[in-house]
Ligand binder design. Structure first.
Ligand code: TXA
Ligand code: MG
Length: 340
């Protein structure tokens, strides 16, 4: 049985927050909104409770979780070492869409970190998330609240699609402002490494950290989550990348090609006036921020439409566009066509 609690995004009803927090305290699962995507939370210090997260999502046990906090002081409980540069980022970007990897302390159960000696920590800025963590009086371990492999949920209906009957509570506070997950940065290495581009653009971090490395593509990614199939709708996805107008021209050719093969074709476009002659066309806005907010829902909703192939226009990799392209390419299984 899953209880659905509607809680206001601004000025959350504290009685309802307390009801959800009580479930966390008792070792239950609560799906809750953050400014990036919805999370699936349990008491981070209770190994049995955290185990239920892996079960509910079907998540591989070697993929560690983020511990969410509401008070800066908790970093010093969860981490055994906090470098000066990490403190700088915490002060600048928390609460917000940045996850910081630090050496873990003994109180963090191994199941949270998948046995690694590091822990991922983030202070979200969403008022409901902050209130929930405060009332639970414990850090909350939470991955995105989707079934493993599916696009992350950016509103409560998407959480309900995946998690109804699998969790104790789903909090519904409407849609998430950012729409892609947090940026993950490893502060245990020098130079610091961005393991996952996300809601906080690299350009902003670079103003405070001069020297940032980027994870090389290797057999064993340092962020375990990056190696799995991700964000994939049922249909095959092709991403077309390059200059805006050439992208559209190529995408139109592809639409015609697949239609002539009797395929049902979907398109994700950034042109309001696009002129695609496809079975389904989803307009996701024409700024990087808008596309970030809408991309996961667009990918997810294609599953309701019996489409064989999705042609997605790539966008510029500036600002949050880098995170959007990272997710799109994964959704496509790196099925990318570049037009020069
Ligand atoms: O915005 C977000 O980050 C959302 C909301 C709910 O906070 N959460 C989220 O969690 O996206 P999840 O589990 O879907 O992604 C966490 C990522 C994974 O790629 C995981 O492998 C990585 O962070 N990660 C967690 N702990 C790590 C660690 N100790 N070292 C390296 N990577 C880690
Ligand atoms: Mg996830």
């Amino acid at each position: 049985m899953t209880i659905i609690l509607k809680i206001r995004k601004t000025n959350p009803e504290i009685i309802l927050v307390k009801q959800a927090a009580e479930i966390i305290r008792k070792g239950g699962l609560v799906a809750f909104p953050t400014e990036t995507v919805y999370g699936l939370g349990a008491d981070a210090l209770n190994a049995k409770a955290v185990e239920k997260i892996f079960e509910a999502k079907g998540r591989p046990a070697d993929n560690p979780l983020i511990a969410h906090i509401a008070d800066m002081k908790d970093v010093y409980k969860l981490a055994s070492e906090v470098p000066k540069d990490a403190e700088l980022l915490m002060k600048e970007f928390w609460p917000g869409p940045l996850t910081i990897i630090l050496k873990k302390s003994k109180i963090v159960p191994d199941i949270v970190t998948a046995g690694l000696d590091t822990v991922a920590i983030r202070m979200p800025s969403h008022k409901v998330a902050l209130a929930l963590i405060k009332e639970a009086k414990t850090p909350i371990a939470a991955p995105s609240a989707n079934l493993s492999g599916k696009p992350s949920p950016t509103d409560a209906n998407q959480v309900i699609e995946d998690m109804l009957g699998r969790v104790d509570v789903i909090i519904d506070s409407g849609s998430c402002d950012i729409g892609v997950e947090s940026t993950v940065i490893d502060m245990t290495v020098k130079p610091a490494l961005i393991l996952r581009p996300g809601g906080l653009p690299k350009e902003k971090i670079e103003k405070f950290l001069k020297n940032i490395g980027k994870e090389e593509k290797s057999e064993k990614p340092k962020s375990p989550g990056m190696k799995y199939k991700h964000y994939a709708p049922n249909a095959e996805v092709i991403v077309v990348e390059g200059s805006k107008n050439k992208v559209m021209k190529k995408a139109k050719e592809l639409v015609e090609e697949y239609k002539s093969k009797e395929k049902k074709v979907g398109v994700i476009t950034t042109f309001k006036e696009h002129g695609y002659d496809a079975d389904v066309v989803k307009y996701v806005g024409n700024t990087e921020k808008e596309v970030a907010r809408k991309i996961f829902k667009a990918l997810r909703d294609f599953n309701k439409e019996d489409i064989h192939i999705i042609i997605a226009e790539g966008i510029e990799e500036k600002g949050i566009g880098e995170a959007v392209m990272n997710r799109l390419r994964k959704a496509a299984g790196y099925n990318i066509i570049e037009v020069k």
